[in-house]
Ligand binder design. Structure first.
Ligand code: SF4
Length: 365
């Protein structure tokens, strides 16, 4: 369907300019009195620290504010600046990240810290164009850091901002096709003054008012300007193209314990899913669980493997994974290229959540 209201491109007239300015003014006024108090957010009397802004924005990619809080605080305590983060090993960073998911973010965070510390003497690039060259910094993150930390007039458009813009301008075109249009509209909205506060105001509005379900239009600071609200279609926007069904993959995991309860783990390849993380050895993933009679053939070494009842299920972005768990106890450690980790070492190790579930399942009586 056609867009019911389009922000004119370069040559928008004075009426539309005034409208856009009113939206920005109303949003900033609301932000001044309702801004969320977040651990990484500078207070009005403080200058934003680019390291903190970058760290929080990387952590917040595909993760909620509530989940990020403890990780952000722990990272900052352990590595208070980019040079100290660059001085950590990748394993230390992956270990501290464990549980936050999407582990390529942690590897990119560590690589980017190395680049900033080594090649830029610890000073982050100041423009979104330069920030985008750092590993793990995409267009949204670059715009958010540039706007918040350096005052660049950049539009930080994530899913929350897309929702707000789609409703404000009653954009009926479905996502993801509408992305470029929404980004262009958002660019026109960003004010010359206080672009960083505007970016954060948009984030707060999306999180607290213009929520996916039941937006609080009655209390919204930009309700007067909102086309979707005026038409009563706010809950139907943004429209989304139907999602493809997530496939299901199945396989077996092999958890070996030594006489002291240490667990045998191997490292995943650096690139790809859960890259560089530790896990118990796994069999191949297919559409069906391996036949019981064949499971043991996939084991990393001979032993009295016991197939535990039930299975571990995990949801990845693009597929579901179900793993049947085999456990074995060894009085003498079999030889392998992996690592034996004691229980107390598991906590801080670079083990993703799904593999922690696997180990816990194997340890059940
Ligand atoms: Fe969102 Fe409602 Fe505000 Fe429009 S009026 S921006 S739909 S909360």
């Amino acid at each position: 369907m056609a867009v019911s209201v389009a922000v004119p491109k370069r040559s928008h007239n004075s009426r539309s300019r005034a409208r856009l300015a009113s939206v920005a003014d109303a949003l900033l006024a609301w932000y001044d009195s309702h801004r969320r108090d977040l651990p990484w957010r500078a207070r009005p009397d403080e200058t934003p620290d680019p390291y903190r802004v970058w760290l929080s924005e990387i952590m917040l990619q595909q993760t909620t504010v509530a989940a990020v809080g403890p990780y952000y605080n722990a990272f900052l305590k352990r590595w208070p600046d980019v040079k100290r983060l660059a001085g950590a090993s990748q394993d230390e960073v992956l270990g501290a990240w464990a549980g936050l998911g999407y582990y390529s973010r942690a590897r990119n965070l560590h690589r980017a810290a190395g680049i900033v510390a080594r090649d830029m003497n610890g000073a982050f690039p100041r423009s979104s164009a330069e920030l985008k060259k750092l590993p793990g910094v995409g267009p949204y993150t670059a715009a958010a850091i540039a706007a918040i930390a350096f005052g660049e007039r950049a539009a930080a458009i994530d899913a929350n901002a897309e929702r707000v813009i789609a409703r404000l301008f009653a954009v009926e075109e479905a996502l993801p096709k509408a992305k470029a249009k929404l980004a262009s509209m958002a660019e026109h909205l960003v004010p010359v003054e206080r672009p960083g506060d505007f970016a954060q105001a948009l984030m707060d509005l999306g999180a607290e008012m213009c929520t996916v379900k039941r937006p609080l239009c009655g209390k919204c600071p930009v309700a007067l300007h909102c086309r979707a609200f005026a038409s009563g279609i706010q809950e139907q926007l943004p429209r989304k193209a139907p999602k493809r069904a997530r496939p299901l993959k199945r396989g077996a995991a092999f958890v070996a314990f030594d006489a002291k309860g240490c667990v045998y783990l191997v490292r995943r390849p650096e690139n790809g899913l859960l890259g560089g993380m530790l896990q118990p050895p796994l069999g191949p993933w297919t559409e069906a669980f391996p036949e019981r009679a064949c499971i043991i053939e996939e084991a990393p070494f001979m032993g009295d493997w016991v197939v535990k009842s039930g299975f571990v299920r995990h949801v990845f972005t693009h597929f579901f994974l179900e793993l049947v768990i085999c456990a074995a106890h060894f009085n003498r450690r079999p030889k392998g290229e992996g690592y034996w980790l004691a229980r107390e070492e598991l906590r801080g190790a670079a083990i993703p959540t799904v593999m922690r579930k696997v180990i816990a399942h194997a340890a059940k009586e």
